[in-house]
Design a protein around this ligand. Structure first.
Ligand code: SAH
Ligand code: SF4
Ligand code: F3S
Length: 447
């Protein structure tokens, strides 16, 4: 811990997935030795980083409007005699770095998801010259080797990236182009990082990868890695996301039944319930295969909370295809889910397909799907009422005397209790369920 005030102020705004959240934390770790301390106000900051997401058109456009605001702040700072450096990082930087520099000349540098360990060098160069683009095709291992071994920790849960990239090439998706091919970190590095986290009070890690269950580092797949991590002193809970149905192997399913630290929650996107659409998406599995897979997973861990991603309005999606998606949802029963309107992404195979679906049709389908998923989420939450569950207390609650934590099934739980319990896993009786959260009361241990 440093006692002197940081000399330079760093503002990072994160868009997109958890992997970007992890990357933003690591960018701060890279910049901390240079005297950068975090601020939550971009006005007057010395360095502003937008860590961007390219997954849907809306996400990308947000970046350009945000840059417009930041540019004004840069102008105000310059008037007052200061300087502000603007960096665009992440998946938009990788996908359209040149366009960013052209559309917004106030941007000083652009850095892709596999190159942010070079930020100090890029910043120094940006101060000497004008804009620079560094999103080139770096291997992820260079980045991880260069990142500081230490991590700044702020809570009792943490993300830990173990796998990068994607080789699946779903026809709608930009990720294989922005993040590169599938690559797994060596198990030793991951364990070392996990030990650092645990030593700083982290009780729960979420292992991250665009295809995290494709992890094939030297630990014996993700199952092997989970088992090794479960043995790390102080680390009591393990989660992982996002998985692909094709990589859900027997060993991992078995781990769900055997490893106590592995939490009963699985995000396993299916995208559609129609085989015709799944084929056009290049998902490499059918609806039937997915449903059977979930049966196997539930046989290993009956109380597992299933979560999913869906896309409505993929090119060529007919009413009957959408009905097949609803049927799949009814058959599986989800605890939570995310659904999106198909967004046409430049350069992806699906963007050139005939039969692009009208936006009103997508809106209507999204609404119907969400209504069904919401009912299922409520039903799942209600199903745990009356049970006593271990809750990891994460933070103070909204009101004084309240604390907040997470159930094993990832629902937020609100409890009346003292803040000294933060960081502990305590038995909580679940009293009531709302749509997105639970409330419960502490079960007093009698000794
Ligand atoms: N690797 C993960 C996450 C990919 S991105 C996976 O395979 O599931 C997260 C979600 O965004 C995807 O699951 C998909 O539902 C959605 N998504 C990706 N591309 C999209 C697009 N072009 N339009 C709408 N949603 C998209
Ligand atoms: Fe995108 Fe498909 Fe890869 Fe997921 S598996 S990141 S949806 S290409
Ligand atoms: Fe977005 Fe890149 Fe993640 S496109 S979803 S930030 S991998």
């Amino acid at each position: 811990m440093t006692t002197s005030a940081p000399a330079k102020r760093l503002y990072i705004k994160t868009y997109g997935c958890q992997m970007n959240v992890y990357d933003s934390e690591r960018m701060a770790d890279v910049l901390r030795p240079l005297g950068y301390g975090m601020t939550d106000d971009p006005e007057g900051a010395d360095l502003v980083v937008l860590n961007t997401c390219h997954i849907r058109e809306k996400a990308t456009e947000k970046v350009y409007s945000e840059l417009g605001q930041i540019k004004l702040m840069k102008g105000r700072k310059a008037k007052a005699g200061g300087t502000m450096t603007i960096a665009v990082a992440g998946c938009v930087a990788q996908a359209e770095g040149e366009e960013i520099m052209r559309r917004q000349p106030a941007v000083d540098l652009v850095v892709g998801p596999q190159a942010y360990h070079l930020l100090p060098e890029l910043i120094a160069r940006a101060h000497r010259a004008t804009g620079e683009r560094l999103s080139a095709d770096f291997a992820a291992d260079e980045k991880f080797d260069a990142l500081p071994k230490d991590r700044h920790v702020t809570g009792v849960t943490a993300f830990l990236t173990v796998q990068e990239g994607c080789d699946k090439f779903c026809t709608f998706c930009v990720v294989p182009y922005t993040r590169g091919g599938e690559w797994s970190r060596p198990a030793g590095d991951i364990l070392a990082e996990a030990r650092v986290l645990a030593a700083k009070g982290v009780r729960e890690v979420t292992l991250l990868g665009q295809n995290v269950n494709a992890y094939d580092g030297d630990a014996g797949g993700l199952a092997g890695l989970v088992r090794q991590l479960a043995a790390v002193e102080g680390l009591d809970r393990i989660r992982y996301t996002t998985s692909h149905p094709r990589d859900m192997d027997e060993a991992l399913i078995a781990a769900h039944g055997e490893v106590e630290a592995l939490m009963p929650y699985l995000h396993l996107p299916v995208q559609s319930g129609s085989d015709r659409i799944l084929k056009a998406m290049n998902r490499g599995h059918t609806a039937e295969h997915y449903i059977r897979l979930i049966e196997t997973i539930r046989a290993a861990r009956p109380d597992i909370a299933m979560s999913c991603d869906f896309i409505v309005g993929f090119p060529g999606e007919r009413d009957s295809d959408f009905e097949a998606t609803l049927n799949l949802v009814r058959e599986v029963g989800y605890a939570s889910a995310f659904s999106f309107k198909y967004s046409r992404r430049p350069g992806t195979p699906a963007s050139a397909l005939p039969g692009q679906v009208a936006v009103e049709v997508m809106d209507e389908r999204l609404q119907r799907l969400n209504a069904l998923l919401q009912t299922q989420q409520e039903a799942f939450n209600r199903s745990v009422v009356g049970r006593t569950a271990p809750v990891l207390i994460e933070k103070p609650g909204r009101n004084p005397g309240q604390i907040g934590g997470r159930s094993p099934w990832l629902q937020p739980v609100h409890i009346d209790g003292p803040e000294r319990l933060i960081g502990q896993i305590v038995p909580v009786c679940i009293d009531a369920a709302a749509r997105g959260s639970l409330s419960g009361s502490l079960v007093l241990e009698t000794a």
